[in-house]
Design a protein around this ligand. Structure first.
Ligand code: APR
Ligand code: PHB
Length: 389
């Protein structure tokens, strides 16, 4: 088979890029290792920046998002008894939309036939070849039959464990990494949220987050040491812990219910640079990971895809090779700012085991400063709502 762009991975990054290229009349094929149901079974974050919403709007795939997405004008930082509201709308004139990544992926998946986007699911042994050349190709097998796709560009949208990043020689790349000494234990339940806006809490027992998917479905998290196992956390134990960490005001409104999903995800900051090598462009988790504090993961994937689609359109429509060459530095400039924000919000809102009284005093001072400074709140708000692309 021959195409212009071979996209590896049909998560949100790969599907968004596929749709944007189709809309520009650029030929592409998406290869995904898993079946569709598996992709939709992954529960991920659910706060969309305006940039991400705009991409869906541009594609005309925002009908359900508009109908079901919850517009949030603010969120809260809790520290013991204190609740600091960050008035995103008042401070930036923008808002975020609470809409699960799973739902956004479903919208992109369901539109693929109508838009003529070809996605090959259950593609095994996807391997990238000759990416340093102008004639790269990708091999895989489908139902045990070997296949080959010749293309001009490969877009690696295959997440943090996919083969794309590995195809870039170590000698030309730098990896930046920070691991955190805890994971987030998440619980999804069909109960109304305890608050109409998100609450990120820093409690002496650890971090907690009250989030939601809809007015009837809640998503909560607490941080736990990496040695913990989900089996040791029956639902009641999580609800008890949430009630303590989120503080008495929120606790009074927590409605408990059986978990629909429960899992522990480790926290990590990671950047792989450059995000382009030869004819290969990396987008989304394939190039970087952020800790979930601040909900930047999906939004960063969307902004990468925005830059990639723009570069590929210039390249295929006008023969502008510079656009491809400039992709990595454009994308990384925004990636690093989101990495910084996610890292600093993680630092501010969690109790690190190695921290002593000094580090805690720094957190208290920073939260005090934020609570009393419009400038500090504006800085948090503009990062939370998403920096410009
Ligand atoms: N061959 C083909 N596809 C692969 C391979 C492979 N060898 N390895 C991984 N994939 C697929 C995965 O099955 C997955 O569907 O690539 C896709 C990558 O999707 P995600 O992991 O969701 O990554 P991305 O699309 O970059 O999404 C951005 O935002 O909220 C964050 O981390 C969260 O996934 C989210 C991310
Ligand atoms: C979520 O709803 O899953 C969520 C929300 C905000 C975050 C992380 C996760 O920062």
């Amino acid at each position: 088979m021959k195409t212009q762009v071979c996209i590896v991975g049909a998560g949100p990054a790969g599907l968004l890029l596929g749709h944007l290229l189709c809309a520009e009349g650029i030929e592409c094929v998406v290869l995904e290792r898993r079946p569709p149901d598996y992709v939709l079974g992954r529960i991920r974050a659910g706060v969309l920046e305006q940039t991400t919403v705009s991409l869906m709007e541009r594609l005309g795939l925002d009908a359900r998002l508009k109908q079901e997405g919850l517009v949030h004008d603010g969120f809260n930082l809790a520290d013991g008894e204190r609740l600091i509201r960050i008035d995103i709308a008042g401070l930036t004139g923008k808002h975020v939309v609470v809409y699960g990544q799973t739902e956004l992926t479903r919208d992109l998946m369901e539109a693929r036939e109508a838009r003529g986007l070809e996605v090959i699911y259950e593609a095994a042994d996807v391997t990238l070849h000759a990416i340093h050349s102008d004639a790269p190709f990708v091999t895989y097998s489908k139902n045990d039959v070997p296949q080959r796709i010749d293309c001009r560009i490969v877009a690696g949208c295959d997440g943090s464990h996919g083969p794309s990043r590995q195809a870039i020689p170590a000698a030309v790349a730098t990896e930046y990494e920070r691991e955190y000494p805890f994971g987030w234990l998440g619980i999804l339940a069909d109960v109304p949220p305890c608050n109409h806006e998100l609450i990120y809490a820093n409690h002496s027992r650890g971090f907690a987050l009250a989030s939601m998917r809809s007015e009837r479905r809640s998503r909560y998290y607490i941080d736990v040491p990496l040695t913990e196992r989900v089996e040791d956390w029956p639902d009641e134990r999580i609800w008890d812990e949430l009630a303590i960490r989120l503080g008495p005001e929120a606790a009074a409104h927590i409605i408990r219910g059986p978990s629909l999903e429960k899992s522990i995800a480790p926290l990590r900051s990671y950047v792989f640079a450059p995000m382009r090598h030869g004819s290969l462009l990396l987008c989304g988790d394939a190039a970087h990971i952020v800790p979930p504090t601040g909900a930047k993961g999906l939004n960063l994937a969307a902004s990468d895809v925005h830059y990639a689609a723009e570069a590929l359109t210039k390249f295929f429509k006008r023969g502008d090779g510079e656009a491809i060459a400039g992709y990595s530095s454009r994308a990384l400039a925004r990636v690093w700012k989101a990495e910084r924000f996610s890292w600093s919000l993680t630092r501010l809102m969690h109790r690190f085991p190695e921290d002593g009284p000094f580090e805690r005093a720094m957190q208290v001072a920073e939260l005090d400063y934020i609570s009393s400074s419009r400038a500090a709140q504006t800085s948090i708000a503009e990062n939370y709502v998403g920096l410009p692309v």
